[in-house]
Design a protein around this ligand. Structure first.
Ligand SMILES: Nc1ncnc2c1ncn2[C@@H]1O[C@H](COP(=O)(O)OP(=O)(O)OP(=O)(O)O)[C@@H](O)[C@H]1O
Ligand SMILES: [Mg+2]
Length: 179
């Protein structure tokens, strides 16, 4: 995968398929510890123990169209190739938590990619799902919460072009502030 945002899209797709109504994406960059940590947490249907144990294995999938699931194993492989670690926790009926840690300066660590567009694509994919995107760089923090945005815009749909433009710019400007 050329960019981490592609992995994020992929993993969030699993949360959407699992029927999540709230999905939280966090990115924490700590230069002192040289770490780049991505977490994706959802309140979807979750997995039982046996399903969870097999999920990092590429030959396990519940899809009907193709025999192998690659989203989780590829994210895990990417983190582990960068002196990192991968964790997945899940509870049936409660939700799922995925964490991928990379060595920030690792030569093979993919660039983050385009988060403003990624967030907009996710919001448009299902306007009933709420997303929280938190990005921390050292001591600075940016947060976008679609639940709060929906409260403010009231009757205006979140997928209207004015709102989407506003969101995209808010992410662009918010991330600039972190540097
Ligand atoms: N957030 C989640 N909630 C519930 N089940 C999940 C979640 N993430 C993964 N799974 C389960 O783990 C399986 C493997 O996920 P993975 O993303 O690796 O492959 P896939 O989604 O089946 O296929 P691909 O991502 O290659 O299109 C899924 O089919 C699903 O059953
Ligand atoms: Mg998947």
């Amino acid at each position: 995968m050329k960019e981490l945002s592609m992995h994020i899209l992929d993993i969030v797709q699993n949360s959407i398929v699992a029927g999540a109504s709230l999905i939280k994406i966090t990115i924490k960059e700590e230069f002192r510890e040289d770490t780049f940590v991505i977490t994706i947490e959802d309140n979807g249907k979750g997995m039982g123990e046996e399903e969870l144990a097999r999920v990092t294995n590429p030959f396990f999938t519940s899809r009907k169209t193709r025999k192998v699931g690659l989203g989780v194993p590829m994210f895990k492989a990417s983190a582990e190739a960068c002196d990192g670690e991968f964790k997945i926790r899940s509870e049936k009926g409660v939700g799922t938590y995925v964490e991928a840690k990379f060595k920030h300066s690792h030569i093979d660590r993919p660039p983050l990619g385009n988060m403003p567009d990624t967030i907009v694509v996710l919001i448009v994919s299902d306007i009933n799902i709420d997303f929280i995107y938190e990005h921390v760089k050292n001591s600075k923090e940016y947060i976008l919460n679609t639940k709060k945005i929906k409260e403010v815009i009231d009757e205006v749909p979140i997928n209207s072009s004015e709102v989407l433009d506003w969101i995209k710019n808010n992410v662009i400007e918010g991330l600039k502030e972190l540097d």
